[in-house]
Every structure is written in C-alpha cells, then in structure tokens.
Write a protein that binds this ligand. Structure first.
Ligand code: IVH
Length: 676
C-alpha cells in the first residue's frame, strides 16, 4: 500500500477514536458498542505495529482515554475516611494491645473486647443519609475528599436508598466495602485483571447503566459523621446495620484476648479459599465506642483498630489434576491444575510441580489439599501438602514412562557436572519426531530473540501447525499464502503484511540463526560465541561432515555439555536437512559482515527500559552490527543512553548529570536510518 494512503487511513481511524472518546467522556453518550470501540482501538494499534512510521502522539498508545477525574465532582468527607495500621503476627497484636492499655492507663487491667471483622479487599465507599434518605455516595479518594459517585452506588441492590427504621440516625455516613463475589467475577475475568479492579472500574463508569451491568455487592462496617446514633459498641452498631437493611459480614465476631484473635485468624485464613469474596486480613476494632473515642486517631489511622494481614502470596487449594507439558527440549514438566484461587489479587489455576523428583519428594497427588505460593511474576508453586486432609483412597502419582505426545520412552539423563541423574525426565525422540516438541521448537524459532517475525506469534504457530501449513522451520518460508488468505480472520492485507515480515527476516545474523535452532544448552550467549568462532554458516554445517566438534572446545565458554548437545543435534538427519534447506533459503550474514567502521564506530550505548517491537538482544545486535558497543553502567565512557518504556530513573539522572546524550527509540532508529 502507498505510504500516503496508509497515513490517511490511519488518521481517519484516530479521528474516529477521538470523536467517540469525546462523546463518551464529555457528553456521556455511547455511539458505539464497547466491543466495536475495543476493535477500533486494536485496529489502530495493529496499524502502528505494521507501519512503524505511523507513531504519533495522538495514538491510543499514548492518550489512554480522557482523564477520569473530570467525570466526578470532588466532595469533602465530613469526617475523614481513615486507613488502618497493619499487624502481621501475634507479637504485633500483643504490642497493639499493650499500647492501648498504656494509653488508657487504667488502674485495674482492662479486658479489651474487639470486633473482629474480615477485611474485604474491595473499594470503600461512604453513603450519606439524611432523614433516612440516601443523598450522596462518595468514593474514599484521598481520605479527605472523595468523588461523587452517588448515581453509580445507587445501582447496587445491597445499598438501601431509603431507611424508615425509627432508630435510624437523622444524619449518618454509613461506610463499607463495594466488591464483586468471586463466582460473579468468573464471568467477567476476560475484562478485568482481578475482582478488585473490576469493582473499582465499574464504580468509576461515567454512565451508571454501565455500573448496573456489573454485579456489585456492598457490606457495611463503620460510620463517619453521625447525629442521633444510639449504639454503645461496634457489636451493637453492626446489629443495627443489619436491622436497617444493610448487609454485614457473616463471619464478624466479638472476641477478647490476643490468643483468641490468633485462633480466629488462623481459622479464617484456612477457609479463606472457600469464601466467595476476597479478604486480605482481619480488622480488629475496640468494641466499646467510649473507649474508641478516648483512644482517638494517630495521623491517618485510628488508635483503636488494626488490620491483621494474611500473608499476601499464599493460599490453600485443591489439586484437580496433574498435566504433563512438553517443552522444546523434550522436558516433561508436570503442572498441577488447581481449583481457582485468588492469591494477592491474581486468580491462580495452575501451579508448576517442576519435575518428577519434586513430585516424589513432596509426594504430591491428585485431590490433595495444598498450600500454593505466588511470588512476583514467577509461576505459582506448591509449598506443601496437607497430609491430614488426604483421602484414604488416594494413590501416588505415576509419572509417565512414555511421552504423552509421541509415545517414545521418557528418560532421565546422567548429568556429567553433578554426577547424578537429572531431575528432569525427557521425551527420548529426536525432536521433530514428537509433535509437542516440534511445535515448541517452531515457537522458539519465530520468537523475539530468534527470527522475531512480526505478527507470527505462538498462536499462529499452533494454528498453522494444525492446518498442516508448517511442520519444520523451513516451511515458514514456503507458506501457501493463497490458502492462508482464505482462512477466517485473514485477508489480503494481513497476508501481504505477513509475507512482508517473513521476507524481511530472511536476512539474519549468523548468531541469531544458531540460536533459533533451539539446540539444547545453546542460548543467545553461546550462539554468539560459536558464531564469532565459526564466522559463517557453511562452517557450521560442515561441523556435521567433519565431525570435528571438539574443535569448538577452543571457544572460551563452550564445554563438553554444549559440545555433546551440538553433536546430538547434528547426528539427527532431520536437523541436518533443516539447516541445509534453511541455508539455501536464507541470507545468513557472515560474522565478518560486522563492520568495524560502521556509523556507530567508537560509540558506546546503554539501554534502559523496554523498546517497542524490538527486543534488547535485537537492539544490541543492531548496535554491534554498526560497530557500536554496549556498556552496562552510566559512566564518563558512555556516549548515548537509549530510553524505552519504564526506564530506570537512576540511570537517566546519572546520564543527565554527566551530560550524556539521551535518545528515545525514534532518535536511535534515526541515527541508524531506520525510520522515515
Ligand atoms: S474500618 C477507621 N472495617 O480497609 C477504620 N475497614 O485500611 C477504617 N476495610 O479503606 C475502616 N473491611 O476499605 C474497616 N471491616 C472493615 C473493613 C475495612 C475492609 C478496608 C477499607 C479501608 C481499609 C483500611
């Protein structure tokens, strides 16, 4: 397509997008369905991905809708909405009680009574009632000022709009939590990251009709300003809330003594995964209102209350099944399918079991009740099995001795370094003979660090495999585009783009080529070392003929393990056929192609943050191909700092201090002459 035509089409889409945004956010009118709106947005993003020269600051990548704060009026809370101090263990609770006792300084030791209330992880809201009528509903905001979300809150069935009870105060702000039940969230999980996000997003809709569509719930637990409240304790107040028609938490309790608080805490933590709402701790409040009053507040939290938090990253669930996944290197990885559970705001339904040894060591079985831990972005894993809860008829898990994909024997190799058998069991097929391994190898072949073919992701690999369009890597370069064009979701334009991206990537560096083959133990670094040593792909291919693998031992960093792996690779006829054919089709750059007098000669670079559509490895190799070098710290020796998305502020500050030139992706590509 002509560049001007593309620009025109793109601009048209942007104008439309801005028009719908303005209508929606300023005039509160939806002229387009949500899914059509999302489609339009995706369309723009796809366009930008395909035609990199299009990026503009009008792009939805940059302008994410209109500011939501414009939507709602800010209103001051008559009594601030405070937060709570946290406790994490029994010692913290003992200290909390001690501080209170000291503060009250009573002659005789007080037996302090608490209202222990599960802390629902939702969004707090304040409901202002005047003469029994709900007049305003506010979000917490910054605690002092909230947003006026009255109309949205009114759509929640749990919130009474009019209260006729005689003992209902003339004026009162009832406060509580807006949330979504886990069972309801199941149906919404494609739209939101977690139940809390879903609740918060729905409450902030400009149009209350959109809020109404989401099954929000409300549980009341405290009050702010009040005139005419006749309750002497939190327990009494909670009872009244119920009489007035509010929902209160069904597992609230009145308790005293830190021992009893601990017992209740552990009991609730244990049944946490069976509750239909997410809780992240227990709130303890001094029950007696006159004591609460005496205790007052510190900064922005009351002295009379504390939140006893659950450890955020663990949960209890049940193993429903154990699946075996097969990786690119034939490794069989067992994965536990667990009853979905929310851990720290993320719904977890899979947990890795690592390998066969791990299953044996922990004796993990289907139907076991297990503790699951999720730390950071790593895949959740099983910490322990609750043996007391094991069913008597349960039997040991038998690890498959045949590959579930191709039926070959599975083996545990002897590890020369550890002098022990590997913990990992592998499919013994030669790679491309096993369906699952082949698919994984192909996914690796097109991945970011390897061929990085635009628009050719993991899903496409699977789809093309299922349609028999690709079985071996070279098939990617012999695709039947006429057939693809007829597939659902494909058209002339998308096929032309795919064709273009594939064609573009036929020109590949020697090191990336080696890496893309997915030879075990040959990652990016080793591929680079080998490419430097062997210089070109013919030398690489002839390794198989000459069988002089030991020669590679000259490379600093390459050892027996890597050499054995390369040997195994070349001993497989299919692999040899693959590289020979690829060598014919591709233009594999010689290592010597890397110039010493390129445009970046003598210039050093440091990258911080993520670049768009380009991996760190690709940027690095681009720099090196043009004779530049990469260094790992900001120092006087650095010439350019390239910043991508979410850069490290420290590096930018240091670079500014040293007056080092800072480039964004565009500037960087401009230097390389890669943009228009
Ligand atoms: S009492 C002045 N009770 O916890 C006391 N808060 O960190 C503060 N929360 O923003 C409120 N369940 O969203 C109270 N039973 C409960 C609660 C609860 C959840 C949340 C609330 C508040 C946060 C305090």
């Amino acid at each position: 397509m002509d560049k001007n035509l593309i620009k025109k089409k793109y601009q048209k889409k942007i104008n439309l997008y801005n028009y719908y945004n303005k209508k929606y956010y300023d005039d509160n009118i939806s002229e387009i369905t949500d899914s059509d709106y999302d489609k339009l947005k995706k369309d723009i993003l796809d366009f930008e991905k395909q035609y990199k020269f299009l990026r503009s600051n009008k792009s939805p990548l940059i302008t994410v809708g209109y500011k939501p704060s414009k939507n709602f009026k800010k209103i001051k809370h008559k009594v601030p909405m405070l937060s709570l101090a946290n406790a994490f263990n029994e010692e913290d609770l003992i200290n909390f009680e001690k501080k209170i006792s000291n503060y009250l300084d009573e002659k005789k030791k007080l037996e302090l009574e608490y209202s222990a209330e599960p802390k629902i992880d939702g969004i707090s809201a304040s409901l202002v009632y005047q003469n029994g009528q709900l007049t305003k509903g506010l979000s917490r905001g910054d605690g002092k000022e909230g947003e006026d979300i009255t109309e949205n809150l009114k759509t929640i069935p749990d919130i009474p709009k009019k209260i006729l009870s005689k003992d209902f105060p003339k004026q009162i702000d009832i406060r509580g939590e807006v949330f979504i039940q886990n069972s309801d969230f199941e149906k919404l999980k494609s739209q939101f990251a977690n139940p809390r996000n879903a609740a918060s997003g729905s409450l902030r809709q400009k149009n209350p009709n959109d809020t109404k569509k989401i099954p929000l719930k409300f549980i009341a637990y405290t009050f702010g300003y009040e005139k005419g409240l006749l309750a002497k304790s939190q327990g009494e107040f909670l009872k009244k809330l119920k009489d007035w028609g509010f929902k209160i938490n069904p597992i609230n309790k009145i308790l005293s003594g830190t021992k009893n608080l601990m017992e209740n805490y552990l009991e609730i933590e244990n049944k946490r995964n069976k509750l239909d709402f997410d809780i992240d701790g227990i709130v303890y409040k001094i029950n007696n209102f006159s004591l609460q009053k005496r205790l007052g507040n510190v900064a922005n939290a009351p002295r009379w209350a504390i939140a006893h938090k659950f450890s955020a990253n663990k949960g209890i669930s049940k193993i429903l099944d154990i699946d075996i996944q097969i990786g690119r290197t034939g490794a069989l990885t067992p994965v536990a399918k667990i009853k979905p559970i929310n851990i720290g705001g993320v719904v977890v339904s899979n947990a890795t079991l690592h390998n066969e040894d791990e299953i044996i060591r922990k004796d993990i079985r289907v139907n076991d009740i297990v503790e699951i831990e999720r730390a950071g972005d790593v895949i959740p894993h099983i910490v322990s099995v609750d043996l007391k809860k094991r069913l008597s008829k349960s039997s040991k898990f038998v690890f498959p001795t045949k590959c579930p994909s191709c039926g070959s024997n599975t083996i545990k190799e002897f590890n020369n370094t550890t002098k022990k058998k590997d913990a990992v069991r592998r499919c013994s097929s030669e790679g491309f003979e096993c369906e699952k391994v082949s698919i994984e190898k192909l996914k690796h072949f097109v991945s970011k660090e390897a061929f990085n073919i635009d628009g050719f992701g993991k899903k496409i690999v699977q789809k093309f495999w299922d349609l028999n369009l690709i079985k071996l890597p070279q098939d990617i370069f012999k695709l039947n585009f006429t057939k693809i064009e007829k597939l659902e979701g494909w058209g002339k334009l998308s096929v032309a783009n795919l064709r273009y991206s594939i064609e573009e990537k036929k020109n590949i560096s020697f090191e990336r080529f080696i890496y893309s083959l997915g030879i075990r133990h040959i990652g990016l670094e080793n591929a680079k070392l080998i490419s430097k040593y062997l210089k070109n792909s013919s030398n690489f291919i002839s390794l198989s003929k000459k069988e002089n693998y030991q020669d590679l031992l000259n490379i600093d960093g390459i050892g027996e393990t890597q050499i054995n792996s390369i040997k195994n690779f070349f001993e497989n006829k299919i692999n040899v056929k693959i590289i020979k054919e690829l060598n014919e089709i591709l233009k594999i750059q010689k290592n010597a192609d890397i110039k010493k007098d390129g445009i970046l000669a003598d210039k050093s670079f440091l990258l911080t943050g993520k670049l768009d559509g380009m991996s760190r490895a690709e940027a690095k190799s681009l720099i090196e191909q043009n004779s530049g070098s990469i260094i790992s710290n900001v120092s006087k020796n650095l010439d350019y700092l390239i910043i991508g998305e979410k850069p490290t502020k420290r590096k930018i500050d240091a670079a500014k201090e040293l007056k080092i030139k800072i480039l964004d992706q565009r500037d960087f590509l401009k230097i390389l002459n890669k943009t228009s």
